[in-house]
Design a protein around this ligand. Structure first.
Ligand SMILES: Nc1ncnc2c1ncn2[C@@H]1O[C@H](COP(=O)(O)OP(=O)(O)OP(=O)(O)O)[C@@H](O)[C@H]1O
Length: 481
């Protein structure tokens, strides 16, 4: 219930918001506060449980969400303990509100939670940030699922097909398939998106199911907090009572022995009860140093699937999809293509680049063209621009393996030469925009199928052979420096 203050006319949430703002100003400092936080306003009416805050641009929304989402929940809850969630959304200041209502495209509209916020800006829409822990054991979890991360919004591509199909199968009601599912891959390649999509699909089919989604880091914090409070019972029943448990970024518990002990028992119980389990990490189980073998063994008993570095086609398709969600934005094809080609590191960065261009154009009123986009994305492009050449790759690989560069181009098949050659081809595919035939030509006139074979082989070896994975990581690091 909202109570209005007789003297100030403010609701409980309104008064809490004034205090939260004052606290933020003190802790963030005037400059940061004025730039990012001052433009934020409370969306009224507010029932004091689900708080909504609005910012005038998607860009700002993104920034505040990344840096202040959890903080805002804590600040509000300290003043108003009944606050359940804080949602940060985009609401453009002018013109009048009806212009602000962005059509919610069909796929996302299927989820009522996402539609509930009428001014939802799909690019920057922020999931409600739920309070972290300590719900009573009987509470049916409302999982921390990002409303944007659904299967409908996940673009299928050869680089993610196995993981996507396994994720879909695991989310289907009925017999449990492909559980535990272990999804691994580089940063920003869609692991969390897939996990959340599983959660959404599973809840769509079984709305009363207990689904819990958390990072391994959160698992550790909650567990440590429960131990400190000498009350691990609620923690255990909360985790172990799940129908679907989704744990992101497993690598965080590497080396944390007590947490791993608890984690092992948790996944054991989930699996023994025939419930579903999905885990993600930034590398394959075999390469997760510092994580107990018995945990990794459990993972390997299920399906291990990777999401590989995005292809150019995938980046193009994701951008096209995101643009379709921004009917007001006019972004020429050459700008889209420039972003897809020049930013190859992570899809998160690709999306971020598009958002930034659109946000700047809406703030400055400028028309988007190639030079506008390039000036907005200056630093990002300069970072991404560090153009690696095939020659550079060959030089570095030959130095690393202490062979002659010419050997990489030769017909020699000895493993001491063949493996580095495959690694060099893999890096050329991954770190340059050269096509397969072009790469083949640069390696002594080889066929494009040889390059494909090399890329696949190294991808496989990176999952199973630490030495190869380690060498590739070092080389990538050096090439990116
Ligand atoms: N195949 C895809 N289709 C559509 N969107 C994608 C796809 N892959 C990634 N994305 C988008 O890219 C962004 C980053 O994805 P996500 O957060 O899932 O990456 P991640 O692999 O979990 O990264 P990290 O390990 O850094 O957490 C998200 O906005 C996600 O929606």
């Amino acid at each position: 219930m909202t109570h209005a203050d007789g003297q100030t006319g403010l609701s409980d949430a309104g008064r809490a918001w004034s205090r939260v703002r004052a606290n933020l100003r003190l802790s963030a400092g005037a400059r940061l506060f004025d730039q990012w936080l001052a433009p934020m306003s409370l969306v009224e009416p507010c029932d004091g449980e689900d708080v909504r805050l609005a910012l005038p641009s998607a860009f700002m929304t993104d920034w505040v969400r990344n840096h202040y989402a959890e903080r805002l929940v804590h600040e509000f809850r300290a003043l108003l303990p009944r606050v359940r969630s804080v949602t940060i959304e985009t609401r453009r200041a002018t013109p009048a509100p009806e212009v602000l209502t962005i059509a919610v495209p069909a796929p996302v509209a299927a989820r009522p939670a996402a539609v509930a916020a009428p001014l939802l800006d799909l690019v920057a829409a922020t999931p409600a940030v739920r309070p972290p822990v300590s719900e009573p054991a009987s509470f049916i979890e409302r999982p921390q699922l990002d409303p944007r991360y659904t299967f409908d919004r996940f673009v299928a591509d050869p680089s993610n097909l196995v993981a996507l199909n396994a994720a879909r199968a695991l989310a289907e009601p009925g017999p449990v398939r492909f559980s535990p599912l272990f999804i691994h891959g580089g940063t920003g390649q869609g692991k969390s998106h897939l996990m959340h999509a599983i959660g959404h699909a599973f809840l769509d089919a079984r709305p009363d199911a207990r689904v819990l989604c958390m990072s391994a880091e959160r698992f550790m914090f909650d567990f440590v907090a429960a131990m400190r409070a000498r009350d691990t019972h609620a923690f255990k029943s909360r985790l172990r009572g799940c129908d679907l448990l989704l744990i992101d970024d497993l690598q965080f518990i590497a080396g944390k022995d007590a947490t791993q002990e608890e984690f092992f028992h948790t996944i054991n119980e989930i699996m023994a009860a025939g419930k579903r389990l999905v885990i993600s990490a930034d590398r394959a189980p075999q390469a997760l140093d510092g994580v107990e073998t018995r945990i990794l063994g459990r993972m390997s008993a299920g399906l291990v699937a990777d999401v590989k570095m995005s292809t150019l086609e995938l980046r193009r398709a994701v951008l096209a999809q995101r643009l379709a969600e921004l009917p007001d934005a006019i972004v020429p094809a050459e700008v889209v293509d420039m972003i897809a080609c020049r930013i190859a590191s992570s899809i998160r960065e690709v999306e971020g680049a598009l958002n930034r261009v659109v946000a700047y154009a809406s703030l400055t009123g400028e028309v988007i063209d190639l030079s506008f986009a390039q000036s907005v994305l200056g630093d990002t492009l300069r970072g991404a621009q560090r153009r690696v050449t095939i020659d550079e790759i060959q030089k570095l690989v030959s130095e690393h393996f202490d062979i002659k560069q010419i050997d990489l181009l030769s017909a020699r098949r000895a493993r001491a030469v063949a493996r580095p050659r495959q690694i060099a081809m893999y890096l050329a595919k991954r770190m340059t925009t050269r096509s397969l035939p072009e790469i083949g030509r640069k390696f002594g006139g080889r066929d494009h199928s040889t390059v494909i074979h090399a890329v696949r082989r190294i991808e496989e070896l990176r999952d199973t052979d630490r030495d190869v994975d380690g060498a590739v990581r070092t080389l990538i690091h050096q090439l990116e420096a």
